[in-house]
Design a protein around this ligand. Structure first.
Ligand code: NAD
Length: 368
């Protein structure tokens, strides 16, 4: 097994959390005898400072010439005065465009250990484990025509989808559901929107190829409420771009902290893996950022780009073991806790140790 991973640490806490995620991947490679090659390149404000551009050509080339990209985060107050096209966020958009992924996967998991950090009551969130799949390249955000028509004192955007765009995201969602609890919820607004009526028709048609997956449809307004009232009912959720943008942020409250959330963007020429959080300038350089979202993104990289399912499962199990052993960065430490918070590095090292144990035990079991 040989894979090349382009690592883009970025700005703020990006390098701190990414280095922990890379250590975890190195541990998988060492214990299992795989060859993971890491190529590190600048992006965002760091790249702008070094090269004058937030997404330099050498970074783009490295991203297009690898099996997967692992990103930290970009942005920060120092760069807020840069011209719009040179701001760190512009580099991120150029990266996403260059890779061309159309499916954004965001898990929302209710770890028992973060119960005290979620605004949801424990009995409501317990057992919740949802995978939200958002269509990323179509719909209202990209549809033409669009304009702010100042002469006529109005503005408009266009929500547009082709059957092909719906079919390809539906297939990804059914495949994911097939590998999980075999339930797929398709979210739309088919009582009002033509695009949603077509979405529902196409998803239903694709579903005929996946008879083992139970498909349900729900309107977005009702689903937004149900996801918070009874999150443990849902398994995989697929929806269009705008609805997915809103619902995936709403689902974040299930996990308890932004620092726990991972994501994958797949379907393009190279897949992209990144924690959901930004560069958190308020805590950058203080060794207090939660690295678990970045580490869980590394697990997604192994699952989706390297097809190393068992190793990805082991990373997820090592994250749980670390939490169960009481390790907490400040963002997930209960307010009334008398424990001292752990540093970013302490949590990362503990995950790596737990992972090595799990992998070694697995190897020993298969050797018997
Ligand atoms: P943010 O996600 O950086 O931070 C929001 C809050 O969450 C802060 O209080 C921060 O300390 C906390 N937080 C975030 N990640 C954490 C972690 N891993 N551990 C512990 N606490 C964590 O969002 P923001 O403050 O709105 O944005 C800061 C900068 O990041 C801006 O420049 C913004 O443009 C950029 N940004 C980048 C991305 C990205 O790179 N994908 C995403 C969002 C924001």
């Amino acid at each position: 097994m040989k894979i090349r991973i382009t690592v883009l640490p970025g700005d703020g806490i990006g390098p701190e959390v990414t280095s922990q995620a890379v250590n975890v991947l190195k541990s998988v490679a060492d214990v299992c005898g795989y060859n993971f090659e890491f190529v590190t390149r600048p992006i965002g404000g760091t790249a702008y400072t070094e090269t004058g551009h937030p997404f330099p050509k050498s970074t783009m080339e490295a991203c297009l010439d690898c099996n997967a990209v692992l990103l930290g985060a970009v942005g920060g107050p120092h760069f807020d005065t840069a011209p719009t096209h040179l701001r760190p966020e512009a580099g991120l958009l150029q990266l996403r465009q260059a890779l061309g992924g159309f499916a954004n996967l965001r898990p929302a998991i209710a770890f028992d250990a973060t119960e005290a950090c979620s605004p949801l009551r424990p009995e409501i969130r317990r057992g919740a484990d949802i995978l939200i799949i958002r269509e990323l390249l179509g719909g209202l955000y990209f549809g033409e025509p669009r304009a702010h028509d100042r002469d006529n004192k109005g503005a408009y955007n266009t929500m547009r989808y082709s059957e092909h765009e719906v079919e390809r995201i539906a297939r990804i969602a059914f495949e994911q559901a097939r590998n999980r609890r075999k339930k797929l919820m398709s979210v739309d607004k088919a009582n009002v929107l033509e695009t949603s009526r077509m979405w529902r028709e196409v998803v239903t048609r694709v579903g005929k190829d996946y008879p083992d997956v139970t498909l349900e449809h729900q309107y977005v307004d009702s689903f937004a409420m149900q996801m918070i009232l009874t999150p443990s009912r849902f398994d995989v959720v697929v929806t269009e771009n705008l609805f997915g943008d809103i619902l995936s942020d709403e689902a974040a409250v299930i996990s308890g902290s932004l620092g726990m959330l991972s994501s994958a963007t797949i379907g393009g020429s190279v897949d992209l893996f990144e924690p959901v959080h930004g560069s958190a300038p308020d805590i950058a350089g203080k060794n207090m950022a939660n690295p678990l979202g970045a580490i869980a993104s590394a697990a997604m990289l192994l699952r989706y780009s390297a097809k190393l399912t068992s190793e990805a499962d082991s990373i997820d199990a090592a994250i749980r073991a670390t939490l169960d052993a009481g390790y907490r960065t400040p963002d997930i430490l209960a307010k009334n806790s008398d424990r001292k918070p752990n540093t970013t590095a302490q949590v990362g090292v503990r995950v790596t140790e737990a992972l090595s144990d799990l992998l070694n035990r697995r190897i020993a079991y298969h050797a018997v």
